[in-house]
Design a protein around this ligand. Structure first.
Ligand SMILES: [Zn+2]
Length: 227
């Protein structure tokens, strides 16, 4: 069932990607999160954008190839992580990237920083089970989702978490997790998004996993070896 749902959303992306004209300068407001909404294991309303743009004045230390409109070249809106799990590497709409994965100011930056104006809704990047939904001094309000096969995602600095987002909750692709914010150690409103792999069952939990560059994976072409 998971495979079918994923294939459906891939088809949706391709359909919208073909129909979409070049990105407008105006930014649509994010869909409101209903006060009564609660996340579920079903597929949610999110559809990934076909393109990713660098923000004006972005500090992308590991320079990404981009065109004159700051559109990242060779961007894949749906990728296959280690041949096993289908994920969108940008789980927000109408966002630009302020910072990429890699070395930054003498430290490693373990994810992508994405922002939109007004602050946008953040969605689950693939189906899975929520393992962590809490506050830390570094990530602020953050969520970690276990996608199976040793693949995880983290979403940090959220203003607040969506209703029903709690540890142990099963969640489908594209369900709202919360809204971009500046909680924890953040210099501006954005989401910090990580793709992580490894063994979760160590004392360090998600902090013992290996961060991977979300933009380093090959496009999903309809074949996943996992089940
Ligand atoms: Zn970050």
């Amino acid at each position: 069932m998971r495979q079918i749902a994923l294939i459906m959303f891939v088809v949706l992306i391709w359909a919208t990607g073909c129909a979409t004209s070049p990105r407008q300068a105006t930014v649509k407001p994010p869909p409101a999160i209903s006060a009564t909404a609660s996340v579920s294991a079903e597929q949610g309303p999110f559809q990934p954008d076909a393109n990713l743009y660098l923000c004006p004045n972005a500090t992308i230390t590991n320079a990404l190839a981009h065109d004159s409109r700051n559109r990242v070249l060779n961007f894949n809106p749906v990728v296959l992580v280690d041949g096993k799990v289908v994920i969108t590497p940008v789980p927000v709409n109408n966002a630009c990237m302020t910072s990429g994965f890699g070395h930054r100011s003498g430290r490693d930056h373990n994810g992508l920083d994405l922002k939109s104006s007004p602050p946008g809704t953040i969605y689950s990047a693939a189906p899975g089970i929520i393992r962590e939904a809490k506050y830390s001094s570094g990530f602020g309000n953050y969520v970690v989702i276990d996608h199976g096969q040793g693949v995880f995602t983290r979403y940090g600095h959220m203003a607040h978490l969506a209703r029903g987002v709690q540890s142990g909750q099963k969640i489908g692709f594209g369900q709202p997790l919360g809204v971009m914010g500046q909680t924890g150690n953040a210099t501006g409103i954005h989401v910090h998004f990580e793709i992580l792999t490894g063994n979760y069952n160590t004392p360090k939990r998600s902090f013992g996993l290996t961060p991977r560059n979300p933009l380093s994976f090959p496009p999903y072409t309809g074949q996943a070896s996992g089940s």
